[in-house]
Design a protein around this ligand. Structure first.
Ligand code: TMP
Ligand code: ASP
Length: 236
């Protein structure tokens, strides 16, 4: 399917229409951003690495029965996806304390969270993606109750599938962010799953192998993404 016109350009991906109104093309760019777009850099090969990483993960999730927007990879940096009506919320599950949870609650990084936590954030860079609760989500009409329940159910099913997948590669899935949308009235996983939107640590050394390398200026960002990809079977 051919790309037609640019529909939307996000911080790391551009979205194009196709001849079919139900499908779009995602183009993964090298742009890497953090802190709600305040830090932005171009990292060589990152678009290709995230596109292939995402294609692999979305295929694994589909095989586990999770509905996703992913159709197929079109090129090194492009994938064909269903066009969803996006829900403006980010669903975050945490298996181990890190990031904003530690800052907010003053807890030490690395504590196991049993059961894992579920948090919602409003997608709004100008407001710094504030955390919201399920009442906000419903009262402001961002999502219907039944769809929110389905988003939660799918987000935890993704945890079961991916925690094991990464563990088999000697990696801990610390936390991750998912975005959903509606396709013909059904809740479907959208956006991407890549080391840009999750935390992955080496199981033994607890070395950070995700976007925290970029946020914290540790270097070797794309090399770390490739390393985790290789460990779970992604072919670059
Ligand atoms: P946090 O610790 O900054 O709240 O992030 C939790 C996880 O969700 C982490 O893996 C990064 C991811 N995330 C994003 O990718 N984008 C976002 O806008 C937010 C709020 C979180
Ligand atoms: N993806 C968001 C940003 O670009 C949040 C983050 O990863 O820090 O700012």
């Amino acid at each position: 399917m051919e790309k037609r016109e640019l529909l939307y350009s996000g911080k790391a991906k551009s979205v194009y229409t196709t001849d079919d109104p139900d499908y779009m093309v995602l183009e993964f760019r090298n742009d890497t951003s953090a802190f709600d777009g305040k830090k932005v850099e171009q990292l060589d090969r990152k678009g290709m690495v995230n596109n292939k990483f995402n294609a692999f993960i979305m295929s694994q999730l589909a095989a586990a029965g999770i509905p996703t927007h992913f159709e197929r990879q079109l090129s090194d940096i492009e994938s064909l996806v269903k066009r969803l009506d996006m829900i403006p919320l980010e669903c975050v599950v945490r298996n181990i304390a890190a990031g904003s949870l530690c800052r907010r609650l003053g807890v030490e990084e690395g504590i196991d969270l049993l059961p894992p936590t579920f948090e919602l954030f409003l997608k709004n860079d100008a407001l710094g993606d504030p955390m919201v609760n399920e009442y906000h989500a419903r009262s402001f009409g961002w999502v219907e109750e039944k769809d929110l329940e389905r988003m939660k159910e799918l987000t935890f099913r993704v945890n079961d599938v991916l925690k094991q997948l990464f563990l088999d590669g000697g990696l801990l899935l610390v936390d991750y962010k998912l975005e959903f949308g509606l396709f013909r009235g059904e809740v479907v996983l959208g956006d991407e799953f890549s080391p840009d939107g999750c935390r992955l640590w080496d199981k033994d050394s607890r070395e950070k192998l995700d976007k925290d390398r970029f946020r914290q200026g540790l270097g070797g960002v794309v090399e770390a993404y490739e390393e985790v990809g290789r460990r779970i079977g992604v072919q670059f």
